[in-house]
Ligand binder design. Structure first.
Ligand SMILES: [Zn+2]
Length: 271
């Protein structure tokens, strides 16, 4: 029988306790990601968000037509003013023939041209936008960031950590939200539309139409699988849907549909 002397034994116990604490510390990340997300400074979230946006420039361009971006900017402002928040929203339209939209950390929201092309009216586009803005309002992108890299997120405070930011940004793009987060973004999005007095039937209608079109639209199935609140979403938000104003005038909608008439490699938010 081998016995440790008391001193070594004490060290072993302390070591074990530390190891258990450390394990708990890391295992707690998914559970505490919501709380931790609130501790991530806006400067870090913004840094990762910008990296995500810049990484898109590799194989796509940003739409810049002045009339179109002005129309979208007006809608973003209306929704942002209706939200009780301090998120500095920056919305980009990306020219790439895939149906997609997502929210990156720090208030950066990306809408792909295909979303605008497939939306039947401005209320549907406003619905997708409100859904993504609602992800931001609920800290979901930063929560995803914390889940992906854990406490390593705080290493981004170190100057010169840009490359790390890029890798983290990529991981964030590939991470998916939970079903609960998607439901929260759906319901929050409809409430945001209501607060802005915009007809809020468009959100569920757009996702339902895309679901029905399915594989006819490139990327639609993948987009829907990353936004999993059920095969048909109307049920999840029906109790909240309200009539309201159109999201923009016919002339503004026409301008927005032409927003990719001019485009640039430089990430350009609307406004
Ligand atoms: Zn979503």
């Amino acid at each position: 029988m081998h016995h440790l002397d008391p001193k070594k034994r004490r060290l072993a116990i302390i070591g074990t306790v530390l190891a258990v604490c450390l394990a708990a510390f890391f295992l707690a990340i998914p559970l505490m990601s919501g709380l931790l997300a609130k501790l991530v400074p806006q400067s870090i979230a913004d840094k990762v968000g910008k990296q995500v946006i810049e990484s898109l420039a590799g194989n796509a361009e940003f739409c810049t037509d002045p009339e179109g971006t002005k129309a979208l900017d007006g809608l973003v402002d209306k929704l942002a003013a209706a939200a009780d928040h301090d998120v500095p929203f920056r919305v980009y339209v990306v020219k790439d023939d895939v149906l997609n939209a997502f929210a990156a950390p720090g208030g950066h929201v990306v809408i792909y041209e295909e979303i605008i092309e497939n939306a039947a009216d401005p209320q549907e586009l406003a619905g997708v936008l409100a859904h993504e803005m609602s992800h931001e309002l609920h800290d979901h992108p930063t929560k995803g960031l914390v889940k992906t890299v854990g406490y390593g997120v705080f290493s981004l405070l170190v100057p010169g950590s840009g490359e790390l930011g890029g890798q983290i940004g990529q991981a964030v793009i590939e991470s998916k939200y939970s079903r609960d987060d998607e439901l929260e973004a759906d319901r929050g999005g409809v409430e945001l539309l209501n607060a802005a007095k915009i007809d809020s039937h468009g959100l569920a209608r757009f996702f339902d139409t895309m679901h029905d079109k399915g594989s006819d639209v490139p990327g639609a199935l993948e987009f829907l699988s990353s936004h999993p609140t059920g095969d048909h979403r109307q049920g999840a938000v029906k109790d909240l849907e309200r009539d309201g104003d159109e999201a923009m005038t016919a002339a503004q909608w026409q301008a927005l549909r032409n927003v990719c008439k001019s485009h640039s490699k430089t990430p350009t938010p609307v406004g």
